[in-house]
Design a protein around this ligand. Structure first.
Ligand SMILES: Nc1ncnc2c1ncn2[C@@H]1O[C@H](COP(=O)(O)OP(=O)(O)OP(=O)(O)O)[C@@H](O)[C@H]1O
Ligand SMILES: O=C(O)[C@H](O)[C@@H](O)[C@H](O)[C@H](O)CO
Length: 180
């Protein structure tokens, strides 16, 4: 397992279905750690966003170049010696392998929640391209990370602050190294 106190950089991939809180939690986590943040939503092409907005899920072929762009971003952070957090659904095991390159420096954070809770949150959310109607396809595609992926799995019922605190505790980062 990665020792976050070592000098080698770490990248956290915050994953889960649409509406599980990836953007919210990953941004707050990055702020708390003082690490660089990126949102996987910003790596989509306009075509992919239009497709999802129109209620059609992306397939493996559409996701492949998107994941490759995020992987390039992760590799650049590691090469520059920068710690970072990226929000990305990374629903399937193969997607996560494409992202991590099975590097021990890249850790998976899985936001685990029930369909009922997530549906309520997505329905209450406004101004986002992802419609609630795509939730079934997100859960159908989801392959929760197994123990061999050494994920940090956290439930989503509590506040974003509490979720971030739980992730930080699991990382074992000393309190002195945490912002705010
Ligand atoms: N722990 C939480 N408690 C209550 N509400 C939350 C929590 N986390 C996120 N939310 C809210 O739930 C909604 C979905 O969160 P968010 O947009 O971060 O999810 P996401 O996984 O990034 O979604 P998508 O993949 O569709 O971009 C937002 O309105 C957000 O404010
Ligand atoms: O993997 C996918 O099906 C999609 O790319 C989505 O998950 C979006 O990236 C986003 O998370 C929704 O807003």
């Amino acid at each position: 397992m990665t020792d976050p106190r070592s000098t080698a950089p770490t990248v956290l991939v915050v994953m889960g279905v649409s509406g599980s809180g990836k953007s919210t939690v990953a941004a707050l986590l990055a702020e708390r750690l003082g690490w660089i943040f990126a949102d996987g939503d910003d790596f989509h092409t306009p075509d992919s966003i239009a497709r999802m907005r129109d209620g059609h899920p992306l397939d493996d072929a559409a996701r492949r170049p998107w994941l490759a762009r995020i992987r390039a971003w992760i590799d650049a952070r590691l090469a520059a010696g920068e710690n970072a957090v990226v929000a990305c659904s990374a629903l399937k095991r193969a997607y996560r392998q494409a992202l991590t390159g099975v590097s021990p420096r890249v850790r998976i954070v899985f936001l685990e929640g029930s369909r009922a809770v997530i549906q309520d949150r997505v329905r209450a959310r406004h101004g986002h391209f992802m419609p609630a109607s795509l939730l079934d396809s997100q859960f159908a595609a989801l392959e929760p990370p197994g123990p061999e992926e050494d994920p940090i799995t956290v439930g989503i019922e509590e506040s974003p602050d509490a979720i971030v605190a739980a992730v930080v505790a699991r990382l074992g980062i000393p309190a002195d190294d945490i912002c705010g």
